[in-house]
Every structure is written in C-alpha cells, then in structure tokens.
Design a protein around this ligand. Structure first.
Ligand code: 5AD
Ligand code: SF4
Length: 484
C-alpha cells in the first residue's frame, strides 16, 4: 500500500510507544503531594506512569534535604539507579525537590550522578527538559518562583487507599527558623487560590474520598487576596475594598462546608501564627479533625530564640492551653530537635519537663543536623557531640513512648467515631501469605484525634464511618470493637 508522507508520519507517531516514568518520593507529605503534581503534568504530556523502575525510561527521585541522613539515603538510592543504567544506557535519571534545589548543578557536574536536576517550582518544565536531554546534553531548572502554586493541576493520587488525600494550599516558607533549609529549597511563601482548593476537595469527595489534609509549611499564615506576595496586603486591601480576604480560618470553613462526611486535617501549624480564630473554627465543625501538630522544637526559651522560632516556652504553653480550652479532647503532637547548637544539659532538661507538662499524644524527635547555608550554620557552632545528641534523643523517645502508652490507656473504654481507611497491616500480611479470597476482616481507621484504631468487622468497608469502643492498646495503636 502507498502512503502519503503525512500518513507515514502519522503512523510513526501512533506506533511510537509512550515513554514510561517512575517516581520515588522521600521526605514530607508536601513531597508526596508534589509527586502527584509531577505525575499529572507528565501524564498530560502523554507519558505513562510505571510502578517498576526497571521498565521506566525516566526515573525521578523526589528528594528531601531537611537533614543530612535524608540526603545520604537519597544518594545511596541514586547510585543504585545509576548502576541499573548500565543495562539501559538510554534511561534518564532525574532528581527533583529540595535536594535538587539545594545542590543545584553539583549532583550533575561534580558528582556526575544524574542527568536532570529540577527544583520544586520548575515541574512544569519537566517535559521540555526531558526532550532537551534526548537531544543530548544535561537538563537543569532550579528557578524558584514567587507565584507558582500549580493551582490548575489536578494531582494524580498516588497514596492508593482512595479514602485520604493531600491538598497543597500554599508553597514555600518565610519563617526563617535558623536550623531550617526549607526557605532556601522551597522559596518564598505563597498561597493558592481558595477556589481551586475547594474545587479539588469537592472533586475528591465526589470520587469517594472521605478525608483531605490541607498542606503548607505554615498553614496559619495562609492568606489569599488575589495574588502577589503577602507583604503587599495593605496596598491590595486599599485598592480592592470589596475583595474577600481568605485566611486559614475561613479556608477551613469553606472546605468543611463541602460535606459533613468529608473530614479535614491540616499540617503544619506554627505556635507563632496559630490564632484562636482557627481553633474556634476547628471546634465549630464536627468534620474538622480535633488534632493539631504543633512543633515546639525545644523547651528552652534561650534555644528557641537562637532557633528564631518567634515564641518562647511560656508562649508555647499558652497556645497549648488555648487548644485544650477551645477544643476539649484535641489530639496534639509535636516535633523536637535534640542537641541544637550550644544546647546545655539543663536546657535539654527543660525540653523533658515541657514534654512531661504537655503530655503530647505523639512527638517526632530529630537530632540536630547542620544544613549548609542556613542562618544557624553561618552564625553558630554545631558543638553538641553526636553521641550527646543521640543520648538526648533516646531519652526524649523513651519518655514519649511511655506517655503515648499512657495517653492510649486513657482511651480504653471510650467510644470513637472512626473513618475506615483500609485493612490493618496484620490483615494484609495474612491475606498475602494465605492467598485467601475471603473478605479481610481486620480494618484500620483513625479517630478525629488521628489515633490509629484496629478492629474486626465483616460488615464495614474503607470509607465508612463506624463507632468503635476501645478495649486494648499498644503505644502506637488502639484496638477495639464496633458498637451497633
Ligand atoms: N536538623 C534536625 N531537625 C530538623 N528539622 C528541620 N530542620 C532540621 C535540622 N536541620 C525538623 C524540625 C521540623 C521537622 C519537619 O524537621 O523539627 O519541625
Ligand atoms: Fe522550616 Fe520553620 Fe518554615 Fe517549618 S516554619 S519549614 S521549620 S523555616
């Protein structure tokens, strides 16, 4: 058969196999959310996502730079991919996210580890960077933006349970905590158009999702008035007298009103910015979860001052008191850094005493890791020996484990409304090992305070709300039975 030149071109295009990409994600929830945005952007350009790196033409590693050990883990993984590349020389290895932004061309040029380096605000350029690479050369885009929020991108959900999803409501951070690399890797703070946030949440609800977590480095400073950096607020208010200003409290309300069956969580709150207005909104709506993650970092006012956190021990305790007064029964968790520059044994004891006073439901504890370029790296000496940091961290972890167990024991006999997210780990393991096709009965869900609850039921499925009475517990999980 004879084809015209145009027909031949069309046949070649249609026979060209779609390129496959594989994304691996490290670090925080925001990175998970970013990988979902990257997946959507690439699929829109005809790329196919793959769950196997061996099959992929493009491997993307979405990285974290918050601590040195996070970067070490990523480096090891990149080396694995690089040796796999020997079998498949055409494969592209790209590094995305915070480590890409921090290292810039270093991973490419000095360490010769990867083919492509793309920072958190440059994901729209991924398809064109991949094209550039295929024509030879290396690809880098680490430009940070004051506007990019990917507001129009509908993320492809990768978490897989079909019940809970993340929604990015803002990007970047202006807080400049002295230990933190985030303001340098994720750039200036900017909020996303609330209409696109509410639409995304509504769509998720219509698809069967029952919980959204609103994400930002500092959700309390969310503010929308039609674009532009926050510092222009007064000018914009003067110019647009009738424009609605949406802060975090009003954003929460807008999302809460979508449906009483859609739960709302959020992360991360900042003790310096969290308002009573936000707490009252949480108390007012049944479907806004009674759970606040409020990083304290240290119990010592002197250390907090060096960390540039904008609050001291007393102010932190006042915020805890406000949460407990306005939202009785609220779950509270925190982040702690052990062994920050010049932290003395007495100051470490202040952290311990704050933990004993507050009795958090959970605490994430980290040993201080100096990040190059941060204010702390420039101004202070990382002078607490690693073994002292580790000893302090272990002490905090042991105390918190006891306190989490105490907090869980207090829940025995109580009844909670639970949103079922899926099956318990134990149930999934049994199912895999026996290859059974019987319904899996051990379900896992969370109460409003974010505690994981495991119980048995043949009647309910993921996405259902059930009432569960707690009968037993470990330091990490509550066990219970369904109440009719
Ligand atoms: N070293 C140790 N922990 C850190 N975090 C942020 N930067 C560092 C660092 N340089 C912790 C803080 C923050 C959490 C996300 O990570 O506790 O709240
Ligand atoms: Fe880092 Fe502080 Fe911003 Fe959190 S609030 S991302 S710790 S600078």
């Amino acid at each position: 058969m004879n084809y015209t030149e145009t027909e031949k071109e069309e046949i070649i295009v249609s026979e060209k196999k779609p390129k496959k990409f594989f994304v691996e994600t490290y670090g925080c929830q925001m990175n998970v959310s970013d990988s979902e945005i990257v997946t959507a952007l690439l699929q829109k350009e005809g790329y196919q996502s793959s769950s196997s790196p061996a099959e992929a033409d493009v491997i993307l590693i979405n990285t974290c730079a918050i601590r040195e050990n996070a970067e070490d883990r990523v480096r090891t993984r990149i080396r694995d991919f690089k040796s796999a590349k020997k079998q498949n020389p055409g494969m592209i290895i790209g590094v995305l996210g915070c480590m890409a932004e921090r290292m810039k061309t270093k991973l490419l040029e000095e360490e010769n580890l990867v083919d492509m380096v793309v920072g958190p605000d440059a994901y729209r350029s991924l398809p064109s960077l991949i094209n550039d690479l295929e024509e030879g050369g290396k690809a880098v885009n680490v430009l940070l933006s004051r506007e990019e929020t990917y507001a129009d991108v509908n993320p492809v959900r990768l978490s897989g349970n079909g019940i809970t999803a993340f929604i990015s409501i803002m990007r970047g951070c202006d807080n400049m905590c002295s230990f933190c690399v985030v303001p340098f890797t994720r750039g200036r703070e900017r909020s996303r158009d609330p209409e696109t946030i509410v639409n995304e949440a509504r769509l998720l609800f219509e698809e069967g999702y029952r919980e959204v977590t609103l994400l930002g480095q500092n959700v309390d400073s969310y503010q929308w008035f039609g674009g532009g950096p926050k510092k222009d607020l007064e000018k914009v208010i003067a110019e647009n007298k009738n424009r609605e200003i949406v802060n975090f409290a009003s954003l929460l309300e807008k999302v809460a009103r979508i449906s009483p069956l859609l739960r709302i969580r959020f992360s991360t709150s900042n003790p310096q910015d969290m308002t009573d207005e936000v707490l009252h909104v949480i108390a007012k709506y049944h479907n806004i979860c009674k759970y606040v993650h409020l990083p304290m970092q240290s119990g010592s006012s002197r250390v907090l001052e060096m960390m540039n956190r904008g609050y001291n021990r007393e102010k932190y305790l006042q915020r805890i008191k406000a949460i407990r007064t306005i939202i009785p029964g609220c779950g509270i968790s925190t982040d702690i850094i052990a062994g920050f520059c010049s932290e003395t044994e007495e100051e470490h004891r202040e952290t311990i005493s704050l933990l004993e006073e507050v009795k958090f439901d959970y605490a994430y504890t980290f040993a201080y890791s100096e990040r190059p370029g941060t204010p702390a790296a420039k101004k202070f000496k990382d002078d607490v020996p690693e073994e002292v940091k580790s000893k302090r961290m272990q002490e905090i972890l042991a105390l918190q484990r006891r306190q989490s167990l105490e907090s869980n024991k207090e829940d025995i006999g109580k009844e909670f409304e639970v949103l079922i997210e899926g099956y318990s780990k134990h149930s999934r393991r049994n199912h895999l090992s026996t290859n059974s096709h019987k319904p899996i009965a051990e379900l896992m869900g969370r109460n409003t305070q974010n505690k994981a609850i495991v119980f048995t039921s043949e009647k309910y499925k993921p996405g259902d709300y059930v009432h569960v009475r707690i009968t037993k517990c470990t330091s990490g999980t509550l066990l219970g039975e369904v109440i009719n």
